[in-house]
Design a protein around this ligand. Structure first.
Ligand SMILES: [Fe+2]
Length: 412
């Protein structure tokens, strides 16, 4: 897809008029900013004491149902969590080797440079594209998605949300669909492939879309204390501008599984570990110095950028995740600001498989059916650029590789 030609200006201007009518938007922003500045200070001071800013759990604690209330409170505040050893280290290392072999025997590099890539989701962010591979159906990806330990982890994460909604539960936390995403294999020494801070799952939609307006109503009314990032109501009813690499499933958490060791300095994930920081971004765009047809960095079909010019108070809390080992998983709320470090200064590849949590609901079921067709033919997953590299790849996973759980997750 080329440059977006969809003119959102008048939708934005209308939404701004609606959201600010009778509202003390300047005052709301000042108050929200004060709350966020205190939260940022807390994270900065934790970092200074080199304390872990991303809460951590062992998979065993989830399997034994022994996660403490304190841990759950911290995860809810920070909007992110590392779950260690969802897979055994050896398993993840074997998958890493197999995935590398899959790309190699199928000449991924040569083919992708022949075909070119049509994925420009990150086109406007300052930094260039990371080393992300458009494959969805390798055996390691399919087997990791359908693992029982992954399903248990996703149930735990989905249940952190309050699913009550006016028309009945917003989703079923105990059933999760697979969301086939790509894989990152970042070479040591790479200096060009970071991603600047952003939020996925909607850019200008967060102000304009009626469901998002309901979700964020307390923020727009200056009542941050009444805003609960974990209230699921309306979250599955948002409508996103269709674009390659904008997720059309609702995810309770974005996430990935580490296939190699990686941590600070390795060109990997950085998080703004504050679950309600989106409130600052939302209200900042409604201030009078932002043109009436604009929302700071929001552009249709692109990640929503968060930067030092518009959001200077948030930047100090951007934190590299703690080091993770093969088999560990990292998760973050769909409103959480994240980035990928500009420079990989480590000595080994920083490789991950993207696996998020996408529970059963009408929206996700509709996507799962389309996705199942792509799986069978080896096409790219429907949300992504239709590169279809894998249609004739050797050793691609097939329906015979799916367990009963795997079939359910794939709506097959
Ligand atoms: Fe992202």
């Amino acid at each position: 897809m080329g440059e977006s030609t969809f003119d959102t200006g008048h939708f934005i201007a209308q939404a701004k008029r609606d959201l600010t009518a009778g509202a003390a938007t300047d005052k709301y922003f000042r108050e929200t900013r004060d709350v966020l500045c205190r939260a940022v200070e807390k994270i900065v001071s934790l970092q200074a004491r080199t304390a872990a800013v991303v809460p951590e759990l062992s998979y065993q604690a989830i399997a034994r149902n022994s996660v403490s209330e304190q841990d759950i409170r911290t995860i809810r505040q920070r909007g992110c969590v590392i779950v260690r050893q969802v897979y055994q280290r050896q398993q993840a290392e074997d998958w890493n080797a197999e995935l590398g072999e899959y790309l190699k025997i199928n000449r991924y590099h040569e083919r992708s440079s022949e075909k070119g890539s049509s994925d420009d989701y990150f086109g406007d962010l300052k930094d260039a594209k990371p080393q992300i591979f458009g494959v969805y159906w390798s055996r390691p990806q399919v087997l990791a998605r359908q693992a029982e330990s992954m399903a248990a982890t996703k149930r735990f994460l989905n249940r952190l949300w309050n699913t009550e909604a006016p028309a009945g539960p917003e989703f079923d936390p105990d059933q999760d669909y697979a969301y086939a995403d790509r894989t990152r294999r970042r070479a040591p020494g790479d200096t060009t492939l970071g991603l600047s801070p952003h939020v996925d799952a909607g850019s200008y939609e967060r102000w304009v879309d009626p469901a998002f307006q309901k979700i964020y109503a307390p923020i727009f009314k200056g009542q941050l204390e009444h805003y609960d990032p974990w209230r699921a109501a309306y979250r599955t009813q948002t409508r996103e501008f269709a674009s390659p690499a904008v997720c059309s499933m609702f995810r309770t958490f974005q996430g990935w599984t580490a296939l190699t060791e990686q941590g600070p300095g390795d060109g990997t994930l950085e998080l703004l570990p504050i679950a309600n920081a989106i409130s600052y971004v939302l209200l900042r765009a409604l201030q009078s110095d932002v043109p009436e047809t604009e929302l700071c960095l929001a552009t249709p079909g692109r990640a929503l950028g968060v930067d030092a010019q518009w959001h200077p108070d948030l930047a100090p809390a951007m934190s590299p995740i703690q080091s993770v080992a093969p088999g560990d998983t990292v998760w973050w709320h769909p409103d959480v600001v994240h980035s990928v470090g500009n420079e990989h200064r480590g000595n080994d590849y920083a490789n991950v498989i993207y696996i998020g949590a996408s529970p059963a609901c009408t929206k996700n079921k509709a996507y799962a059916y389309k996705q199942a067709m792509a799986f069978i033919s080896g096409a790219s997953a429907p949300d992504f650029a239709a590169e279809n590299f894998e249609e004739d790849f050797k050793n691609r996973a097939t329906i015979d590789d799916l367990t009963t759980l795997g079939r359910q997750q794939m709506a097959l």
